[in-house]
Design a protein around this ligand. Structure first.
Ligand code: ADP
Ligand code: ASP
Ligand code: MG
Length: 411
């Protein structure tokens, strides 16, 4: 017997039939003798709809109240799942975030977990009751409901698995594992039986939305194994049909590139003809930092004869308008000729721990893109990844060509 946490994402609980299907999987684990805690997302599309309701009153609404609205999506599914389990003759009850309680800071819509004592929940699970916790939500010190950012139910599930000392956290979703690239874009993507935490973290943070980045961070810190698996297949988690996210091993390190990720969440800004003198980068980036705007990729061209340079960088698309406003208000101080903004860009990344010790990995990327006539706008590297910014229209072409070039295609 072991204690398992099972998380069902939006598609997995998208309608009543699917909730019943998920309940059947829970029942199958219980039948094998496991103790189970479940974490659920809102039904597919519900979170988007609730956010849109708030925005339709005003785009500048109070984030505390957005959380009050949006958190209801998961509460509905938690109750429905408990009913579906009870209908199967199982002992189950739902838990809202504040009832556990999952305590967070007060940064509404992107709250971070501060303290998570799930002892009461664990006790009831050990006594044979199935706990169904609403994902994505917590409670702040002043008793307000908070949410953990888009995709946050993954983080709720991993946090619960750690808090109740589960053996594993199974993430049921609409794909049957983690692939070498998004299988909806790259038809030849291959499912990986295992992936190291380090690589999964890099893939997630570079755009692979199959797991929220923070869930992988937590799992890695507490060495909690995660399995990503399909809600539509017959196999259940205990049969280990999915992808295990776990410690790395030597076999994994022989691959140079493990997978590709991409994101369309960024926008590019270029400041044309900025004076090339000390303090200029600070003049650009300090006001952005003060406004809590995260800058990702940065490049600066070499100075021309007039001692000016062009400075290009990326920010989240959501922050583009604010970024433009701030830079326009700082125009006198920074002294640039033009500000160009482009949100039609995609960041494509290669990830692999083997990149640490292999030369020429990035060169293959540049050559492959050149052969397809795809211009690289910005390049960024880390120890285990290389990213390029390209025009959005080439996303599919670039991903498929790189997937083939690195020998990742399924046979
Ligand atoms: P859920 O609603 O269950 O949380 P998500 O939509 O958040 O599901 O995540 C699953 C999706 O992640 C898949 O449908 C797939 O399109 C996407 N995805 C992106 N990159 C990958 C990858 N490398 N492997 C598998 N899925 C990926
Ligand atoms: N329902 C939330 C979202 O759509 C949280 C989640 O599904 O993980 O972002
Ligand atoms: Mg998700």
């Amino acid at each position: 017997m072991s204690l398992l946490v099972l998380k069902f994402g939006g598609t997995s609980v998208g309608d009543i039939e699917r909730i019943k299907n998920a309940a059947a999987k829970v029942a199958a684990e219980v039948k094998l003798g496991h103790k189970v805690a479940v974490v659920v997302s809102a039904m597919a599309g519900v979170t988007d709809q609730l956010i849109n309701y708030c925005r339709s009153i005003t785009p500048h609404h109070d984030p505390r109240e957005q959380d009050a609205v949006v958190s209801t999506g998961e509460m509905v599914t938690a109750g429905l799942m408990a009913i579906a389990l009870q209908q199967r003759g199982l002992n189950a009850r739902s838990w809202h975030g504040w009832q556990v309680p999952l305590r967070t800071d007060s940064s509404h819509t992107k709250a971070r977990i501060m303290e998570f004592n799930a002892d009461a929940l664990r006790q009831r699970v050990m006594d044979g009751e199935i706990a169904v916790m609403a994902g994505f939500q917590g409670v702040t010190a002043d008793g307000s409901i908070s949410t953990l950012g888009r995709g946050g139910s993954d983080t709720s599930a991993v946090a619960l698995a750690i808090a109740v000392k589960a053996e594993r956290c199974d993430i049921y979703t609409d794909v049957d594992g983690v692939y070498t690239s998004d299988p909806r874009i790259v038809a030849k993507a291959r499912k990986m039986p295992r992936i190291a935490y380090e690589e999964m973290l890099e893939l997630a943070s570079l755009g692979a939305k199959v797991l929220q980045t923070r869930s992988v961070e937590l799992a890695m810190r507490y060495r909690m194994p995660i399995q990503v698996l399909s809600t539509f297949a017959n196999a259940i988690g205990s049969e280990l049909p999915g992808t295990l996210v776990t410690e790395g091993n030597e076999i994994m390190e022989q691959n140079t590139v493990t997978g590709l990720a991409h994101t369309k969440d960024e926008a590019k800004i270029t400041l044309v003809k900025v004076a090339d003198r000390p303090g200029i980068a600070a003049a650009v980036f300090v006001p952005l930092a003060q406004a809590n705007i995260i800058v990702d990729m940065i490049v600066q061209t070499a100075a021309d004869e007039e001692q000016t340079t062009d400075m290009t960088f990326t920010v989240s698309r959501n922050d583009l308008e604010r970024t433009k406003k701030i830079l326009e208000s700082e125009r006198q101080k920074i002294n640039y000729k033009n500000l160009l903004a482009d949100s039609g860009v995609t960041k494509v990344s290669l990830v692999g721990v083997g990149m640490k010790s292999h030369a020429g990995v990035a060169a293959t990327m540049f050559k492959t893109l050149a052969e397809k006539g795809i211009n690289i706008q910005v390049i960024e590297t880390s120890e285990i990844s290389t990213s390029v910014l390209i025009s959005e229209e080439y996303t599919e072409l670039a991903l498929r060509a790189l997937h083939t070039a690195y020998g990742l295609d399924a046979q």
